[in-house]
Design a protein around this ligand. Structure first.
Ligand code: MG
Length: 421
């Protein structure tokens, strides 16, 4: 009996064919014939950048493909010096399939192990590139980015309003105006700063042990803001990682009565034990992480229970898939994520795509209250925040496109504007 085994089939029918075509092309032909769907084949052809300054320094990254699809991403805060870094990444991206995003990320990350790829500008430059690749992937596959992040668990994400440059001065009319303005926009959460380098009760311009007078001023600012916002608006308070552990502990205890949404970075986040000690000493929720990079940066914060809430910046910390991974890691500790965000509507929307997909999303920042015209006109789609929420668009990719006439008003003088390098 002549059994047609797999081995004999290969010998009799496929091997001569393989000889004719060569094995790689046979494999490709077989895959194409067997594939139940047609997947777009793209190659990266070019990368260009534009630099802007609005709330801090931001680099917008455009990645071009041979199929005419262009993706745009944004890196922020640690973005100065990103342009030469992004140019140096080009050799690892040209000719590659932009849909293999994890591979591109790993290639760039591991290529920079001796060049600072653990944190800082290197990771932020990679972040802008990674986000542009997600925009391409969404456009190529005809899906919104949230769909590629695992699909949405919510249709809209909650946004809180940072007070911007307006410091809350108790009794001050303009501070009350800013509070009313934020309330009128429909936000359900807001944030203020209480660190003050120019506080007259400071004895020393360098040391950051707050005096009793300084702590009284901090408490007065919170009390004033709390009284002027209705109870149903949550309030977060930022200390900007400026103070020492003694001050951090004292303030965290004193503000317990205000039932804050969180107290942000009472001490710098790099000494995780110091942050953990403050967290252990108070019922005030402690939030940190806007200057922490990659999963590796957040691992120990979570393991040591140093924060009640983490706040990675998705335009800075490693990109959208990395943000998803950080959030998933936090979820195993039942820690919610409140993304730090000071970006344009493009970065805000990129953040929202991940925020829509992660179960442990709390609220994301908005920091452009001082530049409303620039904010509204930055993308062709117009205003993306409605009554304190961003509704995820059904358009492919990030779903927002830069309106260059408006964005260019913030161009850093003397820098290229998406011109060929
Ligand atoms: Mg902060």
């Amino acid at each position: 009996m002549n059994h047609l085994t797999r081995r004999s089939l290969l010998k009799t029918s496929v091997m001569p064919l393989a000889g004719m075509l060569g094995l790689p092309s046979l494999s490709a032909a077989a895959q194409a014939a067997l594939s139940p769907y047609r997947r777009p084949k793209l190659k990266i052809t070019e990368i260009r950048t534009a630099e802007v300054r609005v709330h801090g320094y931001q680099v917008h990254v455009r990645i071009y493909t041979d199929q005419g699809i262009v993706g745009q991403g944004e890196s922020t805060d640690a973005a100065q010096g990103n342009v030469p870094l992004i140019r140096s990444f080009a050799r690892l991206l040209m000719g590659q399939d932009p849909l293999n995003i994890e591979a591109a990320f790993e290639r760039i990350r591991t290529a920079g192990v001796f060049a600072g790829a653990q944190s800082g500008q290197y990771v932020t430059a990679l972040t802008g590139v990674e986000i542009a690749l997600w925009d391409i992937a969404g456009k190529a596959l005809g899906l919104p980015v949230y769909q590629l992040m695992g699909g949405k668990v919510r249709d809209r994400v909650r946004v809180y309003c940072d007070s911007g440059s307006r410091e809350m001065i108790p009794g001050d009319e303009r501070s009350i105006e800013r509070i009313h303005e934020i309330q009128k926009m429909g936000f359900t959460a807001a944030k203020i700063d209480i660190d003050d380098a120019a506080d007259p009760a400071r004895f020393d311009r360098v040391n950051w042990t707050a005096s009793n007078g300084e702590i009284d001023h901090m408490l007065a600012k919170i009390a004033f803001t709390r009284e002027n916002y209705p109870k149903n608006i949550d309030l977060a308070v930022d200390m900007h990682a400026r103070y020492d552990a003694t001050t951090g502990k004292r303030v965290a205890k004193e503000v317990e009565k205000f039932k804050l949404l969180w107290l942000e970075e009472p001490v710098p986040a790099e000494n995780i034990d110091a942050m953990r000690d403050i967290r252990a000493s108070t019922s005030t929720p402690i939030c940190c992480g806007e200057n922490i990079f990659l999963r590796h940066g957040f691992r120990e914060i979570l393991e040591k229970r140093a924060a009640d809430i983490i706040m990675p910046d998705f335009q800075k910390a490693g990109g959208l898939l990395e943000a998803r991974k950080i959030a998933d890691m936090a979820h195993t500790y039942y820690v919610p994520v409140a993304p730090h965000a000071v970006t344009s509507p493009i970065g805000m929307m990129a953040t929202a795509h991940v925020g829509a997909a992660i179960p442990n999303f709390l609220v994301q920042e908005w920091h452009w209250v001082d530049t409303p015209d620039l904010w509204r006109n930055w993308v062709k789609e117009g205003e993306i925040i409605e009554k304190g929420f961003i509704t995820l668009p059904e358009r492919a990719g990030l779903g927002v496109e830069m309106n260059e006439d408006a964005a260019r008003k913030a161009q850093v003088p003397g820098t290229p504007w998406f011109e060929k390098a």
